[in-house]
Design a protein around this ligand. Structure first.
Ligand code: NAD
Length: 257
C-alpha cells in the first residue's frame, strides 16, 4: 500500500495574525512559523511584546503595531504587511475584545462599550477581510480564518450581548465570503472557541473561580491557546479547503451543536 504521511507544510506562505502578542494569537503565530510560514505578528500598541513573539517565531517573522479600534488602522496595517512581505496568503482575524456591559448600565457607557466592541470585533475584521480579498484576487487566492466564539451560536450571558452579537456578525461575514468566492480560490473559515486560558478569560476566572468554567466542560481541563492553534495551521495549509464556510467548535465539549 502506498504510504501517505500527512505533512502540514506552510513553507513559502506569508501569514498575518492579528492580536498575536499574547493568548490565542501568539500560539497561532508560533505554530504557523513552526510549520514554515513567515508571520506578520500584529500587536496592539505594545510593539515590544509583538517583537518578542516575532523573535521567538523566527523564519523572517516581523512585528507590526496598530490600534484596530481606529477606523483607518486596519487598512494601513494590511498595506504595511504587503509592502514588507510582498504578499499575504493567509489572514487570521484573531484580535478581539470582550467588554462586560450589564443591561442596567447608563446609556452613554452602554453605547460606548457597544461601539468599541463593534469597532474592534467587526469593523476591523471587515476592513482587513476586504483588503485581503482584493489582494487575494491579485495573487491567485488566499485563506481567511476568523477566531469567533461559541457565543455566536449558543449566545452568551446578557452582560456580554455586544460580544455575542459581534461574533455572530463575523460568522455571517465568513460564510458569505466562502459561498461567493470559492471559485476564485478564496476560502474562509471560523474557529469558535469556548473558554480558553488567556488574559481574556483570566478576569472571569478570578471573579468566579476556575471550577465555574471547568464544571461546564466534557474534558478534564480548560482549553489552552495551543489547543486552538494546530487547527488554524491545518486550515491555512489548503488541506481543508473543501470545508470552506464552516465553523469549527473548539470548546472542550462544553457546547455540542
Ligand atoms: P487576549 O485578550 O489575550 O488577546 C486579544 C488580542 O487582541 C490581544 O493581542 C490584544 O492586544 C488584541 N486587541 C484587543 N484590542 C485591540 C485593539 N483595539 N487593537 C489591536 N489589537 C487589539 O484574548 P484571547 O483569548 O487570546 O482572544 C483572541 C480571540 O479569541 C478573540 O477574538 C476572542 O474574542 C476569541 N475568544 C477567546 C475566548 C477565551 O476564552 N479566551 C473564547 C472565545 C473566543
Amino acid at each position: 500500500m502506498e504510504e501517505r504521511l500527512m505533512n502540514v507544510d506552510l513553507t513559502g506562505k506569508n501569514v498575518l495574525v492579528t492580536g498575536a502578542s499574547r493568548g490565542i494569537g501568539r500560539a497561532i503565530a508560533l505554530r504557523m512559523a513552526a510549520a514554515g510560514a513567515r508571520v506578520a505578528v500584529h500587536g496592539f500598541s505594545n510593539l515590544e511584546r509583538a517583537t518578542a513573539v516575532a523573535a521567538a517565531a523566527g523564519n523572517g517573522a516581523h512585528a507590526f503595531a496598530a490600534d484596530l479600534a481606529d477606523r483607518r488602522a486596519p487598512g494601513i496595517l494590511f498595506d504595511e504587511v504587503v509592502s514588507r512581505f510582498g504578499r499575504v496568503d493567509v489572514l487570521v482575524n484573531n484580535a478581539g475584545i470582550s467588554l462586560e456591559m450589564p443591561i442596567s448600565m447608563p446609556d452613554d457607557k452602554w453605547e460606548l462599550a457597544w461601539e468599541k466592541t463593534m469597532a474592534v470585533n467587526v469593523r476591523a475584521v471587515e476592513i482587513l477581510t476586504r483588503r485581503a480579498v482584493r489582494h487575494f484576487g491579485k495573487i491567485g487566492g488566499g485563506r481567511l480564518i476568523h477566531i469567533a466564539s461559541r457565543a455566536a451560536f449558543r449566545g452568551d450571558t446578557p452582560d456580554y450581548v455586544a460580544y455575542a452579537a459581534s461574533k455572530g456578525a463575523v460568522v455571517a461575514l465568513s460564510k458569505t465570503i466562502a459561498r461567493g468566492l470559492g471559485k476564485q480560490n478564496i476560502m474562509s473559515f471560523v474557529i469558535a472557541p469556548g473558554w480558553v486560558r488567556t488574559d481574556m478569560a483570566a478576569e472571569f476566572i478570578e471573579r468566579h473561580g476556575e471550577e465555574q468554567v471547568t464544571g461546564t466542560l466534557a474534558l478534564p481541563r480548560l482549553t489552552e491557546p495551543d489547543d486552538i492553534a494546530p487547527m488554524v495551521v491545518l486550515l491555512a495549509s489548503g488541506m481543508a479547503d473543501h470545508a470552506t464556510g464552516t465553523s469549527i467548535d473548539i470548546n472542550a465539549g462544553s457546547y455540542v451543536r
